[in-house]
Design a protein around this ligand. Structure first.
Ligand SMILES: [Zn+2]
Length: 197
């Protein structure tokens, strides 16, 4: 990658990275990426540690990985060479609306590259919800194997609730409907998001 390409990548807003056709990260927009990793206290996620790894390996849940693999393949194969969508990425005290765009770009020797860019569209503070604290969920799971399992959509973050009724609700509705806070979360993709993808 040339110096000019590197400068463009570093200048992009949000988290930006370039992968090869197989989804292996070749380079990331370093300043934003390292800001994000530092804020998340995730040293393993620093730009230097991400290069050379598959983007799919970092994703939680087989359905989410499958969905991204399909999108990746589609951007590689389709004439438009571009796909964009919105998704939710929530932290314990903030609900974020994000936009992901994936674009095909040509690299050296006409090798195909994909540019991934995710940007925060809006971030809203909200009451603390233990449901989104992975460490506590892990502790619960260890302490009590009988803790109920709730499925969460990795794209819109809605929850499959009540169980076995086929409905997907927001976290706010989940609590209103009496959903327990002490649960284990498994990631999936809801039918609405599967259809959109
Ligand atoms: Zn969804």
């Amino acid at each position: 990658m040339s110096g000019v390409e590197r400068a463009f990548l570093n200048a992009l807003d949000g988290l930006a990275y370039v992968t090869d056709g197989e989804g292996v990260v070749l380079r990331v927009g370093e300043p934003r990426w390292d800001e994000f990793a530092t804020a998340a206290a995730a040293e393993r996620a620093l730009a230097s540690a991400v290069v050379g790894r598959s983007v799919f390996d970092a994703m939680a849940g087989e359905e989410v990985r499958d969905a991204y693999r399909r999108i990746h393949r589609r951007v590689l194969d389709e004439p438009s060479g571009h796909f964009g969508f919105e998704y939710r990425c929530d932290a314990p005290e903030v609900g974020r609306r994000m936009r992901m765009s994936i674009s095909r770009v040509s690299g050296p020797g006409r090798r195909v590259r994909l540019l991934y860019q995710s940007q925060v569209l809006s971030a809203v503070s909200r009451p603390w919800m233990s449901l989104f604290e992975p460490q506590r969920i892990v502790e619960w799971a260890r302490a009590e194997a009988a803790v109920p399992l709730v499925r969460m959509c990795g794209f819109c973050q809605r929850l499959a609730w009540p169980p076995d009724e086929g409905g997907w609700v927001s976290s706010e509705s989940y609590y209103r409907l009496g959903g327990p806070a002490d649960v284990r979360v498994s990631h999936g993709v809801c039918p609405t998001c599967t259809h959109k993808i």
